[in-house]
Write a protein that binds this ligand. Structure first.
Ligand code: NAD
Ligand code: UD1
Length: 339
């Protein structure tokens, strides 16, 4: 029996595959490499010393997806595959809706047809929109401001309806806060295409001298230093939450929602200063206009995940800085291209 990990070659997926292999599970990765590279899988093998099956398949290709289910005895699925850039989703909404929604529909159809009725889904704190208060609890109102976020909310609803129609399903919806960091080996990490959209990969590239300075988007937010506050979580902690979520999904049916964050909020300048302190590098920055759509503060109340899943973040901000820096300095240009 194997666990299907869609998007298993991506940033969060690759770290999750490592944790599942280390836990002795059989893994089948399904990825079309639209935002990752096949060499990730070799690095996963190096880190774990274990074999992992790779299917280079597009989730939109129904026949190819069905072939995976016919070939392997899939019992559950961790579903990461999706497009994730907010700005791009505003420019190409149809591509985002098609990839993320249609891909999930095809996957769910196969999970049902082949009796693998357990799914852990990558949702995002973006489904809370602009929260009225922090920390954010799972029962807060949901809303979105862009097509990417809309796909996350729609998929949450699709999975809920699926369970209503077929109560044998176990659905675990994990709402991630801001994953950063990398595996301690320095072999796998975040490899954004082009100029990073997100704060932390931008900081690590400035530290490496690949970008001249950080643009801090606004210093007039209602936060302790005026810059935006977020809940940064080490990607290995996040990966481990999937182990716990699947462990529970193997025991109970239903639909459950969990925040996956640390519960700590750090500002943009806190992150700059922490990175400088941990690495000894200088991160020059300039304050610029706010980025449209950004909110003041976003951090989790992670109590439910601790109570129900027995999961809690273990790494701190220094660990995140140290591991991200190791990855960035060992792989200044990210993963090598395919030859
Ligand atoms: P990523 O882009 O590194 O990984 C996604 C993987 O899915 C990539 O390897 C990509 O090639 C693959 N993929 C995309 N569309 C596919 C398709 N149609 N068929 C097969 N493979 C496909 O992203 P990530 O940061 O690892 O994020 C994983 C998931 O978590 C995504 O669903 C993302 O929306 C969600 N998420 C990410 C963050 C974050 O900050 N990184 C925050 C919240 C939620
Ligand atoms: C963003 C997305 C969110 C998505 C998440 C993970 C937006 C509006 N939100 O979240 O939907 O789930 O990424 O992919 O895009 N910052 C700078 N300079 C930079 C980059 C960021 O000052 O160059 C600031 C931002 O204003 C914010 C903080 O850093 O205050 C974190 O930004 P980012 O890493 O992009 O994450 P989110 O905005 O939280």
């Amino acid at each position: 029996m194997a666990i299907l990990i869609t998007g298993g070659a991506g940033f969060i997926g690759s770290h999750t595959v490592v944790e599942f292999l280390n836990a002795g599970e059989d893994i089948v990765i399904l990825d079309n490499f639209c935002n990752s590279k096949p060499c990730v899988v070799d690095r996963i093998r190096t880190i774990t010393g274990k074999e992992v099956t790779l299917c280079r398949v597009d989730l939109l290709d129904r026949e190819a997806v069905e072939e995976v289910f016919k070939t392997y005895d899939i019992e559950s699925c961790i579903h990461f595959a999706g497009l994730k850039a907010v700005g791009e989703s505003c420019m190409m909404p149809l591509r985002y809706y098609h990839n993320n929604i249609t891909g999930t529909l095809i996957l769910c159809e196969m999970l049902q047809k082949y009796g693998a009725k357990r799914i852990v889904f990558s949702s995002s704190a973006t489904v809370y929109g602009k929260p009225e208060t922090v920390p954010i609890r799972e029962d807060f109102p949901l809303s979105t401001t862009n097509p990417y976020g809309e796909t996350k909310l729609m998929i949450e609803r699709i999975l809920k309806d699926l369970h209503t129609s077929d109560p044998e399903f176990s659905v675990s919806i994990l709402r991630y806060f801001n994953p950063i960091g990398a595996h301690e080996s320095g072999l796998i990490g975040e490899d954004p295409k082009g100029i990073p959209n997100n704060l932390f990969p931008y900081i690590t590239q400035v530290g490496e001298g690949k970008l001249p300075f950080l643009r801090v988007f606004g210093n007039d937010y209602a936060t302790h230093d005026g810059t935006g506050v977020r809940d940064y979580i080490h990607v290995v902690d996040l990966a481990r939450a999937h182990l716990k979520a699947l462990e529970r999904a193997r025991k109970v049916t239903g639909v459950e929602y969990y925040n996956v964050g640390t519960g700590n909020g750090y500002s943009v300048l806190d992150m700059v200063h922490a990175y400088e302190r941990v690495t000894g590098l200088e991160i020059p920055y300039q304050i610029v206009e706010r980025r449209p759509g950004d909110i003041d503060e976003c951090y989790a109340d992670p109590a439910l995940a601790e109570e129900m899943l027995g999961w809690k973040a273990e790494f701190d901000l220094d660990d995140m800085c140290r591991d991200a820096h190791r990855w960035q300095s060992q792989n200044p240009d990210g993963y090598p291209d395919e030859v």
